[in-house]
Design a binder for this molecule. Structure first.
Ligand code: URA
Length: 337
């Protein structure tokens, strides 16, 4: 049982590493005959899990680079190059297709454990540590036993070596379906905000306080309906978020909306309008609280739309300054009349 579980962990890590490389343009990997044989001989149930490693050729190409401060570019609407990598040495080399040794993670994760166990991943690359935490969240009895969260776990996406981490509330319908945070309409809006900063979703690390979509009723006829997570749900998932932060060690965290801010900072309440536009402290890491992208979506077409976008933009400019990112004059004027 233990060997099987640790093998499954390794396969999961391998899937994540391969997907990352695929996003960086890798089309094929070369394996020795012996490795192919060993993979073929894996127990069938291990290689037919619900989320198998996709074919390397089956995924869309990585997003193209962007030029946020180019003249005439509309803010919150384009994508751009990223100055955010904190540890270039820890990144996967591009086009490294040589050997299987290069893609096998250094450490096997330990077997699954009770939710009460300390969430300290084994030494290794950040990607492998995040994969280990993902596995722990998937097995979390504390989350499952609440009975108020749906079954599909959505953990995080993006670059675990990024200096910028963004934290939302909980997955919605699209996120649950795709197994990744911020891939629905709020995610599209978030990408526009990132793009105005000169960033893409691949260059930052994106997560949620709550790792499962909160149930409405018994969850059977939920459709697209969502609700905010309860305090118990936030408490059950917070250890995973804190463990992620310990791995990522971001230079700045952005809390998207009040629920994210409360979960991150362990607050009983939060009013974004009062707490935004300045940094709060989480164990020495500056946390910027700003409006959730869904709020910006709700403002669309209303008289306050531009003003509310400007508020988010002002928060993000503080984040950029804290990260040492240059801000062009054009960027400084975004969303001013
Ligand atoms: N809203 C969030 O807070 N998180 C998501 O992942 C999607 C929508």
């Amino acid at each position: 049982m233990e060997a099987t579980d640790s093998l499954r962990g390794v396969l999961q890590e391998l899937g994540i590493l391969l997907r990352e490389r695929q996003k960086r343009g890798l089309k094929r990997i070369t394996l020795s005959r012996d490795s192919v044989e060993r993979l073929r001989n894996l127990p069938h149930r291990l290689v037919s899990q619900p989320k198998p490693v996709p074919e390397l050729s089956a995924t869309a190409p990585a997003a193209t680079a962007h030029a946020p401060s180019a003249p005439g570019v509309a803010p919150f609407s384009q994508a751009g190059p990223s100055p955010l990598a904190s540890a270039p040495a820890a990144r996967m080399p591009e086009n490294d297709t040589k050997t299987e040794e290069a893609i096998v993670p250094a450490q096997n994760p330990p077997p699954p454990s009770r939710a009460s166990e300390k969430l300290t991943p084994p030494e290794g690359p950040a990607t492998a540590q995040i994969a280990w935490l993902r596995q722990k969240a998937e097995e979390s009895l504390r989350c499952q036993e609440l009975g108020t969260l749906r079954n599909a776990m959505v953990f995080s996406s993006g670059d675990p070596t990024s200096r910028l981490m963004l934290v939302g509330e909980a997955p919605g319908e699209e996120e649950e379906r795709e197994g990744a945070p911020f891939v629905g309409p709020a995610g599209q809006k978030l990408i526009k905000v990132l793009s105005a900063m000169g960033l893409s979703r691949e260059t930052v690390y994106i997560s949620n306080v709550v790792k499962y979509r909160p149930k409405m009723g018994d969850g059977r006829f939920q459709g697209a309906k969502n609700r905010a997570p309860t305090t118990e749900e936030v408490r059950a998932c917070r250890p995973f978020l804190l463990a992620e932060i310990a791995v990522i060690k971001p230079a700045v965290i952005v809390a998207l909306g009040a629920t994210a801010a409360m979960g991150l900072l362990d607050l009983a309440e939060c009013t974004v309008s009062r707490m935004r536009n300045r940094f709060h402290d989480l164990h020495g890491i500056p946390v910027m609280i700003t409006y959730h992208p869904s709020y910006l979506l709700r403002c669309e077409g209303k008289p306050e739309e531009l003003q509310e976008k400007r508020k988010v933009w002002e928060d993000m400019m503080l984040v950029m300054e804290r990260l040492g990112m240059p801000i062009s004059d054009q960027q400084r004027r975004y969303f001013l009349r």
